[in-house]
Design a binder for this molecule. Sequence first.
Ligand SMILES: Cc1cc2nc3c(=O)[nH]c(=O)nc-3n(C[C@H](O)[C@H](O)[C@H](O)COP(=O)(O)OP(=O)(O)OC[C@H]3O[C@@H](n4cnc5c(N)ncnc54)[C@H](O)[C@@H]3O)c2cc1C
Length: 459
Amino acid sequence: MNASKNWIQELTALLPEGRVVTAEADVERLSKDFYWYSPILERQLRDKRGEAAVQPRTLGEVRQIVSFAAAHGVPLTVRGAGTGNYGQCIPLEGGILLDLGALDRVVEISADGVATCEPGARLAVIEATARKVGWELRCYPSTYQKASVGGFLAGGSGGIGSISHGVLRDNQTVRWIRLLTMEAEPREILLEGHDVLKALHAWGTTGILIEVGLALAPRVDWAQMAVAFPDFDSCLDFTEAVALGAGWSKRLVTCFESPIPSWFTPLLKWVPEGKALAFFEIAEPQLEAFSAAAVAAGGQPVFSAPYQEPRRGAQLSDYTWNHTTLWAKKADPTLTYLQSGFDPQKLREQLAALRAQFGDELLMHFEFLKADGVIVPGALPIVRFTTEARLQEMINFCRSIGVSIANPHINHLEGSGRWRLDDSKLVAKREFDPQGLMNPGKMIGFKPATIATPEPVSP
Ligand SMILES: Cc1cc2nc3c(=O)[nH]c(=O)nc-3n(C[C@H](O)[C@H](O)[C@H](O)COP(=O)(O)OP(=O)(O)OC[C@H]3O[C@@H](n4cnc5c(N)ncnc54)[C@H](O)[C@@H]3O)c2cc1C
């Protein structure tokens, strides 16, 4: 990287007025995400930021910025809405923070249910637009009100809906991605089929997503229900049975160990003290039968409402997936979390081993989902953090008993997140960002090609 000192002035002169933001507080805000979920990343990343934030309004401007950055050797980190959890969009080497929030159109919903979207389109807007014409998102994160589709594809994995439709990489949910390469003359590349993996969950290291095609599911009228159980074991038994039960049409299957529900302060009026709690989204016509099944399993339905009217009452998904950790941290900022996958065949055994080893240092929060066609108990356990060494001990123990961990306390692709770096991303990096300017430091396996300095010729 070889950026000249006055690149900010040069870029400002190139673009329409107001596109380049240099006010320190704004650059700081736009450079940050929810990295502070991790006490380790909070310490490592708090001083990192871009040197200028750039907010293009058109694709033409995006091209100009990318071309400028590549020609001048300026690092560039893309931001959608900045709701990522691992400091994914925090620039480690300064440079441009490229905020694509203004490119936010849902361009089209095709008759066969594929949404064509600009990268900054909010997932909630895509969902609402799709529902009007008989479709809905297959899966979305609990941050869907704010999160962008570009950020979800580049940084997320799955969420609400994944119990029925799998995660983003499954079932060709991401039909295609159009991206710009990081070159002085940026090329537009269309990724389809298996090739979308080159950019999916690549943290914006392998090109700038400029348009995406998302396959949708036929719309369902959902209802949400919360069920309290006297103990976590019976809560987990029922939740697991619902997750596995082919008869239930479902979008969300979540359960929490006590005292996690006591941190959901807006819900306390109906959350009974000291109980385990399960949250569901079930097809509305099944709600009565579902409620009866919950009671038969020893549960007490404590809340139900149609999903379609979220602003009239509690929206249960606002407490699930990684929102649970947010409520935990509001109650006690020293709490943090892990991302784990239990073995469906050994779930009880693995839980017992964890309880015996760590007691209530690790509190259970399960999100059932389908991955590669199999229903699995995903978990985002809440951790009472003491030291980095103790956290590592927990991670090591989990792995030793077959509980997989996608470590959310590491700020590079190889070590963190849900998906491991695959070769296709490394190959794509070489092809689409040969100078290594995109979000540098996040794909540590990549080394930019160096041009050998010729040996001096002896006279
Ligand atoms: C409370 C909370 C709950 C969450 N729940 C979930 C969940 O249920 N499921 C889940 O998967 N995640 C979850 N997350 C993580 C995050 O919200 C999602 O992944 C979200 O979709 C990220 O979108 P964003 O627009 O905020 O992306 P950003 O945070 O802005 O970016 C994420 C990554 O994508 C890159 N990027 C963004 N746009 C582009 C682009 N156009 N081209 C190339 N790269 C780009 C960025 O550089 C960064 O590396 C949660 C986070 C929080 C704080």
